[in-house]
Design a protein around this ligand. Sequence first.
Ligand SMILES: Nc1ncnc2c1ncn2[C@@H]1O[C@H](COP(=O)(O)OP(=O)(O)OP(=O)(O)O)[C@@H](O)[C@H]1O
Length: 934
Amino acid sequence: MEESSKQERAGPPWNPSVGTAFRRPTGAVASGRSPEALPSPSSSGNGVAIRISNLHGVKRKPFVSRLTADIIQTFVRCNPEFKYSESLNPKIFLTNPSTPAHNDGLDNTNWDLILYVNLELVNKTSKRRFIVKEMLGQGTFGQVVKCLDTETNNYVAVKVIKNQPAFYHQAIMEVSLLRALNHKFDPDDEHNIVRMLDYLLFQNHLCIAFEMLGQNLYELLKRNHFRGLRMEFVRTFSKQILDAMIVMREAGIIHCDLKPENILLVPSLTPAAEVKVIDFGSACMEGKTVYSYIQSRYYRSPEVLLGYPYNTAIDMWSLGCIVAELFLGLPLFPGASEYDVLQRMVKILGGQPPDYLLREAKNSAKFFKHVGSICPGSEVYDGLGSSYRMLTEEDIEMRESKRPKVVKWYFPQLRLDQLICNYPWKKTELTETEKTERLVLVDFLKGLLKFDPDKRWSPLQASSHPFITGEPFTGPYEPIPETPKIPVARAAAVEHNPGGGHWLAAGLSPQVGSANRSLPLNNPFPPKIPYSYGSSYGSFGSHGSYVGNAGLASSYGSFGDANAVNMYYSPLGPSGFKQIGSSPDVRLRPRFSHDRGIRLSPGSMGPMSVGASPSQFTPPNYQMQIPANSSGKHGSGSPASGSIHGSPLGKASSTYSKRRNLPMLPHEYAYQHGQGRHGDGISFSHSDASIRGHSGYSQNSIPSSGYSSWRPQIGSGGSFSFEASSSHGPSQVHSHFGPVHTFDNLPDTSAPSTLDNAYWDPYFSDESLLQEDNSLSADLNSNLHLGDSANQTSRSARSAHDQSHIFVSSNPLPGGESYRTDQVFRASSRGTHRGSAHSAVPANYGRYNPANHPQQNPRGRHGQPFLQPRHNQAASTHNHHPTPGSHHQTGQQPAWPGYSMGDGMPSWGGPGGHPFTPTGVPSSHPRKDYGSIF
Ligand SMILES: Nc1ncnc2c1ncn2[C@@H]1O[C@H](COP(=O)(O)OP(=O)(O)OP(=O)(O)O)[C@@H](O)[C@H]1O
């Protein structure tokens, strides 16, 4: 009793004055409860009794832990004057650079919100808070951070969009499309599409919260030493991606950026491998395509390469590339330029794009020459049955005075069937089953990788292939024909419009100058009446954008040309979404909506390109200096070089070898400020300072108005007004859109993985893990020290693992050119102010100073600053997930075998052996380079 009252007087356990810092922790402390939860020193003896009873079975905490846990309380004990204030804590910055530059010091020089640990991203409407924890990756649009969702106590991935209108508007498009996909087309989260949980505006940044997913398939392959996956996983993943694509097709949505990096593993406690498709930031509506410069280069379809109108078939092409890569472990067409990619396609697949496509595509002449009519036996007949023949490197050199960029092949130059059937290209005995499986895979791939988009299988057709269904393979698969297809070029008002941006598709009305100018007599694209011709102002009209293949351009603007402006109305607005959901049967749905767009001048539009940017959204650099009479040559790394995709912007981008985080050009700002309803129904407002029609800025002329600031508005109440469904008329949806299925469905990742590594990889061994670690650090190193080609060759004779090292560390692009930097800068638009009377005149209007926009930081694999590698998720996994069993909190990183690779990652190895040949191993870098044409 006396002892008990002594303890009572002693107060809380960490009272240093009585030497309690070294005594046994109480049950509360040991169980992780916060010190505040402990009874106060003056609490009754009951509390003490409880604590004493809790001591049973409690392990003594480590010394350091006991010294440091509850340190604040300890300080208070030592010095009652001590006051702890969280706000005085040093901030752990996640954004790099973290030097304030814009937005009242909230943004860095790249207009990225300066994020730090424990920053709270608050949805003002719902008061829902997302507490920033760590950086997951940096993409084109901004940053993706892991956050704690205080509402659900789950971790989520929040994409914090750059504070720039173009990114904002395109992100709005992402929100719109995802919202439709999630809620209308996949309400029960059954179709392998990432769930969007919330979106909010925070400090002028649109933030989109997604369910937390795991590693992407590229990372998976990389950690598997670029060995292919086992056939069962190739099949499983293919099936799931197809599932998502069926839904997308049904919704009339083209993803436009399918690649292994955008397929993420789903955390799971079961051995069931599951993936989801992410990143709808490049997506658009079928029939309302705007950009010609889309898709990552390796996964870019022939029609996009050639500048032909496109539809969802381009995603099927990308899928074919992905599936082959999953099996081979390496990208199928890892060309250093568009020419290189095309050349590989022709060699690997045999054949070439059909004549009708070559005849009508805008960029055909860049790659093919017309050799006349087919005349068997004559000298022009090349056996391909085509009147077009692909230019040789020499042909191009003669014409362009420089050779197209090509890199060595790092696997044998074989046809697709041989590549698959002989993998890993060394003498290997395959079982009969394996042989058959491979034949089935080849047949499947052939259907996805058809040059002719009209013959390429649809997702639905592909999903019935024996490779997917597992049915016996009885011979080449003939899919059931779908609803007769109207050739895309004639059916769709698909625009290769560089300047329209998806904001056009989003229903904004650009200025239309002379709508029917430049229509060739034999125009295959019938003109249509614009939906809202001239109903708005301040569009993207440009003086002298590139004109088709014409090459020369005196353009300073690349946002389209008044010669060729498409008018679209919203895919998601009141009149939108008819296509979406109008028929549950994709086969019964017309592939295109004839009445929704107008293509006024095929080929006359100078497609916007920002050069070497690998992704679609590289905004141009403020600092670039392009004379008004620029010939429009793109930088050598630009896929648009040779004036194909035509914008001087491309030059700047490729010159600087940059891809991301480039602020917009002044003239682009002007184009951002338009009026008109935002087609997706999310209204916004910002400066209305734009210039009507052709704004006429030169590259370096800073407009006196209209570009330096903008303010997105999410309605007067701080919420987006969101018209998501046309059939029921406009409906207001707030930025916090209530209970979303995914909240309930978020996987519980609290338990450790129960999976056995051997399950995934027959070749799994500790040694491989060790090697993997080397490979990982080599990859990081490589981002800083790019190998030249000589290096590349000399190093390439290493062991298989080292070869993977080489793969990730060398850079075959001359001059260490930018990696996948072919993003298209998406122009955005003006919108009406909905629910807000603010004119949102820029606060820092006119304060732009190019000097504040230095060149980009050192870039990582994806062109992002090295210190913020886009895929630092892998690194963070490595660092922060010491043991698979350490996931103790719901929503924490998945207890999923593919995810915890850093500490026991199974490789998912398929066919044994390493596929690399000793020479010419390309870097992983260029896979990120959407790159150049030549
Ligand atoms: N839901 C998620 N869960 C976990 N990580 C994610 C999630 N979404 C995105 N990430 C990480 O953030 C990265 C960038 O995301 P995302 O691809 O959406 O951005 P982006 O700017 O569109 O990129 P890109 O430049 O490839 O188009 C991804 O590669 C991935 O590593």
